[in-house]
Design a protein around this ligand. Structure first.
Ligand code: NDP
Length: 293
């Protein structure tokens, strides 16, 4: 293997430390404790684990954590009423509605009911619009974490060729926008892209956010490229055991890449850390305070 491994766990630990330091300053100097409210509908085990981890990390950073559990037969109107209650609660600076929601609820309607300034997931159309027009909104956590890791590894990204595989509103699209804002030349590949391997081969930076286990093969990677693997896929091996893999064929890609994120331990840990950082940013903006350095 020639690539250096981008250690998302260590990176996330650093971000969390910085967040905790900022929270202490806000408490001491401004009597402000940032608060994050998480709304979980139903009992999906994976969502329960995510919410528990978010809660633990929020409290560990010295912030207030508010958990709201709702039955999976809750009506859309009642869920939106809960969001409105949180919109009006001055102790809550960030609101996150854990996705996916049950089928009878329109996810977009719920996301649009969150105050844009409390939308720490950055999924509200106002925030996507601000990202697309260079404004100061809330930026989705996973792509923001990816761009932080890329800048840490490569410094200035200006002029680099970047290919983002995947165009979801949660990862691919905002990732491409963030890379464009860093003056990369950005290509977005998706399920209809022709000769995708040749498209990826052009890239100095490859971000894979597809949800297809090991779709991106090692020989698609240009020598020395930086590879960020957002995918989290659970596969069953021949011996019946399950294993987490990314959207990139790690071993062969690591033979060619200059640097690569592993799965697990790459992008995954960054997402919660950035969620905490976004909550601090939101709290400062709502209080009209400059964010501590
Ligand atoms: P979506 O399913 O919303 O989007 C997947 C995208 O991949 C679509 O744009 C789709 O194209 C594209 N795609 C699907 N198949 C192919 C293919 N064969 N070739 C090229 N493109 C393809 O997924 P998400 O963006 O929500 O998530 C992507 C991955 O990232 C998942 O594994 C998810 O678990 C993971 N993830 C990890 C996070 C973390 O680390 N914290 C957070 C969020 C997601 P098209 O639009 O044409 O259909």
């Amino acid at each position: 293997m020639t690539a250096s491994i981008i250690d998302g766990k260590a990176f996330a630990a650093n971000v969390k430390e910085t967040v905790a330091r900022k929270v202490e300053t806000l408490k001491n100097d401004h009597d402000l404790t940032p608060g994050l409210a998480v709304v979980l509908v139903g009992e999906d085990p994976a969502s329960q684990v995510y919410v528990r981890n978010k809660n633990k990390s929020t409290v560990a950073a010295g912030m207030n954590s508010f958990e709201h559990l709702m039955n999976d037969d809750v009506s859309e109107a009642d869920l939106i009423a809960k969001v409105n209650e949180l919109n009006n609660d001055p102790a809550v600076h960030g609101i996150l509605v854990q996705l996916p929601l049950p089928k009878h609820i329109n996810e977009a309607a719920v996301i649009e009911s969150i105050s844009p300034e409390k939308d720490v997931d950055g999924f509200h159309v106002i925030n996507s619009g601000l990202l697309a027009t260079g404004g100061k909104g809330m930026v989705p956590c996973t792509p923001l974490g990816c761009i932080m890791m890329l800048k840490d590894k490569l410094g200035n990204l200006s002029g680099l060729d970047a290919v983002v595989v995947g165009r979801s509103n949660i990862v691919g699209n905002p990732m491409a926008q963030l890379l464009l804002n860093e003056s990369c030349t950005v290509t977005i590949a998706h399920s209809r892209t022709k000769n995708i391997e040749d498209v990826v081969r052009r890239a100095d930076i490859v971000v894979a956010a597809v949800g297809v286990p090991e779709l991106v093969k090692g020989d698609w990677i240009k020598e020395g490229a930086t590879v960020i693997d957002v995918g989290i896929n659970r596969i069953t091996k021949d011996d019946g055991k399950t294993k987490l893999v990314g959207d990139v064929e790690f071993d062969s890609a690591a033979e060619r890449a200059g640097a690569i994120t592993p799965v697990p331990g790459g992008v995954g840990p960054m997402t919660i850390a950035v969620l905490l950082a976004n909550t601090v940013t939101a709290a400062c903006r709502q209080a009209g305070i400059e964010e501590p350095a």
